[in-house]
Design a binder for this molecule. Structure first.
Ligand code: GDD
Ligand code: MG
Length: 335
């Protein structure tokens, strides 16, 4: 069975970081977000993955490499102009041969059991199965109403009014034949156009409810939240290659060739990317420092994300901030 990961969006809710790096390649605990998905798919015996790409597509091959790096074959399916979530799936049609296939939104971190989901899909004789989760704030998602048999009666993307607290988790199983039902348009949304159309036509679309760990890491706040969740062990990592994760002492997670002094004070946790240098008397609280960052003496950073190649001068204080790549922050700044 194959899987397609939709990874072509601009990730505008994760600016400034997505100005230089596409969302699925931003790292959580120094591992690109998409690698968590690749490892999950591999764990469930998926042999080939297609990446539906558009925005900054060239960066993916550079980081994920040619095929065998993760022990799974990766196909790069590049749209000339963004085709939308539905258009991207249709564009991958030739790759997605077989009876059915998985689709993932590229910004989801989850430990969903894909075997259980597939079992459900087969038992229900579904044409489409949408993984769903229950959330407190459903308005930013695709909201779902089902009957008692888990069949979806209504799908409304980002509704203004309350419909239900069950939402689309951005993971689907589609029967390959359903692609014939996709309207022939250059840019089409699976959520706004195709799902409502299939439901209207009476095609069996089912909701598989998952109650384990799930997050859409597509905003800066959620990106920090996802990091916190992994460190708090809310997310099972048994399917990850342990060598990929370097969990140091005191919840300090660091990459390669970092310089960290003995007196670094950590409150909660700190993630430090490759080649970053930290000087003496620094405190970091629940913050992500990407790669090649210089943190001067006496700096205090909390609840923040610091982009690549940032220079932070001595004695600066940075709280609740998202600092883009290549920023220069002079001594004694307060942000
Ligand atoms: N290839 C390709 N081409 N991918 C795209 C395109 C495109 O034109 N547009 C968006 N994507 C990818 C994004 O990169 C992302 O991985 C995924 O499609 C979903 O886009 P988001 O921008 O993250 O959507 P969302 O978070 O607002 O809503 C989606 O996810 C929710 C769950 O987190 C929807 O699927 C909702 O229904 C769902 O509840
Ligand atoms: Mg999203």
């Amino acid at each position: 069975m194959k899987a397609l990961i939709l990874s072509g969006g601009q990730g505008s809710r994760l600016t400034p970081f997505t100005l230089t790096t596409p969302k699925p390649l931003l790292s959580i605990l120094n591992i690109p977000l998409i690698v968590y998905q690749i490892q999950l798919l591999k764990y469930y015996n998926i042999k080939e993955i297609g990446l539906g790409l558009s925005y900054k597509s060239d960066k993916f091959k550079k980081i994920l490499g040619n095929n065998k790096k993760y022990g799974i074959k990766i196909h790069y399916l590049i749209e000339k102009t963004p085709m939308g979530t539905g258009g991207a799936i249709k564009y991958a049609e030739q790759f997605l041969n077989g009876d059915y296939f998985f689709v993932f939104n590229g910004d989801i971190l989850t430990d969903i059991n894909l075997s259980e989901m597939l079992k459900f899909h087969i038992e229900k004789k579904a044409f489409v199965t949408i993984a769903c989760v229950k959330v407190k704030e459903p308005y930013n998602y695709g909201v779902i109403l089902t009957d008692k048999n888990s069949r979806i009666k209504k799908f409304v993307e980002k509704p203004e009014n309350f419909i239900s607290d069950i939402i689309n988790a951005g993971i689907y199983i589609l029967n390959s034949k359903i692609l014939d039902e996709f309207p022939d348009k250059k840019n089409i949304s699976i959520e706004r156009e195709i799902f409502p159309l299939l439901i209207k036509k009476g095609i069996p679309v089912f909701a598989y409810i998952y109650d384990g760990y799930w997050i859409d890491a597509g905003t800066c706040e959620k990106f920090l939240q996802a990091t916190d969740d992994i460190i708090q062990k809310k997310y099972k990592i048994d399917f990850l290659n342990e060598k990929d994760i370097m969990l140091g002492e005191k919840n300090l997670i660091y990459g390669k060739n970092v310089k960290i002094p003995k007196d670094l004070k950590i409150k909660g946790w700190a993630v430090v990317g490759n080649k970053s240098i930290i000087k003496e008397s620094v405190t970091i609280e629940k913050s992500i420092i990407f790669s090649d960052v210089h943190i001067g003496k006496g700096v205090y950073i909390s609840d923040s994300i610091i982009g690549n190649n940032v220079y932070i001068g001595d004695n600066s204080v940075i709280e609740n901030s998202y600092i883009g790549d290549k920023s220069f922050i002079s001594d004694f700044s307060k942000i």
